[in-house]
Design a protein around this ligand. Structure first.
Ligand code: SAM
Ligand code: SF4
Length: 471
């Protein structure tokens, strides 16, 4: 039976298909591209028309200018922090039949499982023992995964501790809820509510999400961020599953969604994710809109320029090589040590994936320690900071950008403190050596004379074994 989908009568459908299609097809205008790049470097969010101008750039030199601008915006404005998290799949029962997904209900070969409380606690302990502080809990869509159930799992994540380990921010990726449902999960203390529209193109949406399934209701999903915000969730995360439809159209639709939220709730999306379709159990899709690596790089750089107040998440669906290449264009969060099989963080010796137990194939299977070493070697500071959320400074990305000195006063010190905590508690000797050298270098670069003495004291405290110190 389908769930009742109650949408407010005044809900706004902000996807103007004709407009987006027209903008996605427009031709290159060199002068306009350069004007828009200049505007974005002033940290101004772009309009649909301006984003379309960047998407239309096809000449190699213009594309290179877009890359350089994204690099610069990332480097000069956000600095070199990368926030780390892990996904934790809670259950893969699903009433939907999304054609790209290894959990779709018609797949009889998928092994179905939901973690019980004890199993969930064990998974969280494993993640804490690796050093994780931020999780995203992921659920199929099923009556068993009610708002109360989701809230219960979030509460378990926060209350489970292992040695110095604890989870300090729990985000969720779950099926769209009603306003009341969102209020229930908000009460449990969720950070970000994340959900991907998959494709904003209605006709394509109907192809991949059969009618008569809960997910077949395009507008219920499109309106879910509105309901989350109306329910008091402060941070919402948008996304598109790239490969279903024209990538330029989808980027414009993401911007339309962001502008809609900004206009109606005075807050843009906290994050945008841009997963590309990966091989999955029983998946034999012919995908005419597959996004190449070169296009992927462009779309990330253009998103960086278009929504300066929004965090960009690049997941472990991407290979190490792609992550290596794309990270500099403004990515702010990545997952690491990712395992998708339900209950598999406990199976430490297990190598590789068993696709009939997982949603899709990942491209970057590296362990957290290895990812951290890689970041540190590239002089990115891995951050486990959760301070804004816990101090009630929501919309932190907005503040990073809009409040002068914010990154310097809060983000950089908190990244160095949480990174040092990780190095002391969990790092391998090799990673610790690389990491400590980076912290030292960062401290030499750090110039804020008011904060610096306090930061030095707190780093000393962390190095003596204190935990959870932040600004
Ligand atoms: N069941 C909920 C839903 O569909 O919104 C929760 C999210 S689902 C477990 C997480 C996301 O994985 C989906 O929104 C979809 O974008 C993505 N996904 C599904 N199949 C995928 C595939 N074959 N490759 C890459 N990502 C995929
Ligand atoms: Fe279910 Fe989500 Fe997979 Fe669709 S994408 S089949 S809703 S788990």
């Amino acid at each position: 039976m389908l769930m009742e989908h109650k949408i407010a009568p005044d809900a706004v459908d902000f996807i103007d298909d004709e407009l987006l299609a027209r903008l996605a097809r427009q031709g290159e205008d060199k002068v306009r591209v350069r004007e828009v790049i200049a505007k974005s470097l002033e940290k101004k969010a772009l309009s649909l028309e301006e984003t379309a101008a960047l998407l239309a750039a096809e000449s190699p030199e213009l594309i290179e200018e877009i890359f350089e601008a994204a690099r610069r915006l990332k480097r000069d404005v956000y600095g070199n922090r990368i926030v780390l998290f892990a996904p934790l799949y809670i259950g893969n029962y699903c009433v939907n039949d999304c054609k790209y997904c290894g959990f779709r209900r018609s797949l009889r070969t998928t092994v179905r499982r939901t973690l019980n409380d004890e199993e969930l606690v064990r998974e969280i302990i494993e993640l804490e023992n690796l050093g994780h502080k931020r999780l995203i809990l992921v659920y199929g869509e099923h009556p068993n995964y009610s708002p109360e159930f989701i809230a219960h799992t979030v509460e378990i994540a926060y209350s489970t501790k292992s040695g110095p380990g604890e989870i300090r921010r729990v985000n969720i990726n779950a099926a769209p809820l009603s306003v009341e449902g969102f209020q229930t999960v908000k009460k449990a203390g969720i950070g970000t509510y994340q959900i991907f529209q998959e494709t904003y193109h209605r006709k394509t949406y109907a192809v991949y999400h059969p009618e008569g399934t809960d997910k077949g209701d395009y507008f219920w999903r499109l309106n879910s961020m509105d309901r989350a915000l109306q329910a008091g969730c402060d941070d919402v995360g948008l996304g598109v599953l790239f490969g279903l439809y024209d990538w330029k159209y989808e980027v414009l639709a993401l911007i339309a969604h962001a502008l809609h939220l900004q206009r109606h709730y005075n807050v843009g999306p906290h994050t945008i994710s841009f997963p590309r379709i990966q091989p999955a159990n029983g998946l034999e899709l012919d995908l005419p809109y597959r996004v190449t690596d070169a296009q992927f790089k462009r779309l990330v750089a253009i998103l960086r320029l278009a929504v300066p107040y929004t965090g960009l998440i690049m997941t472990a669906r991407e290979s190490k090589a792609v992550r290596d290449d794309v990270i500099e264009f403004g990515v702010s969060q990545i997952d690491a040590g990712t395992r998708l099989e339900i209950g598999s963080y406990q199976e430490k010796d297990k190598q590789g994936q068993e696709l009939n137990r997982e949603q899709f194939q990942i491209g970057d299977p590296r362990q957290l320690d290895e990812v951290i070493r890689w970041l540190a070697e590239r002089e990115y500071v891995p951050s486990f900071c959760t301070s804004c959320y816990r101090k009630g400074r929501t919309g932190e990305h907005f503040m990073e950008f809009a409040i002068p000195g914010f990154i310097h006063n809060f983000c950089t010190p908190n990244a160095l403190l949480t990174f040092s905590e990780y190095l002391n508690d969990y790092a391998s000797p090799q990673t610790k050596a690389v990491g400590e050298a980076l912290v030292k270098k960062e401290m030499q670069r750090y110039q804020n004379e008011k904060i610096k003495p306090q930061l030095i004291t707190r780093l000393e405290q962390v190095n003596k074994g204190e935990h959870d110190l932040y600004f």
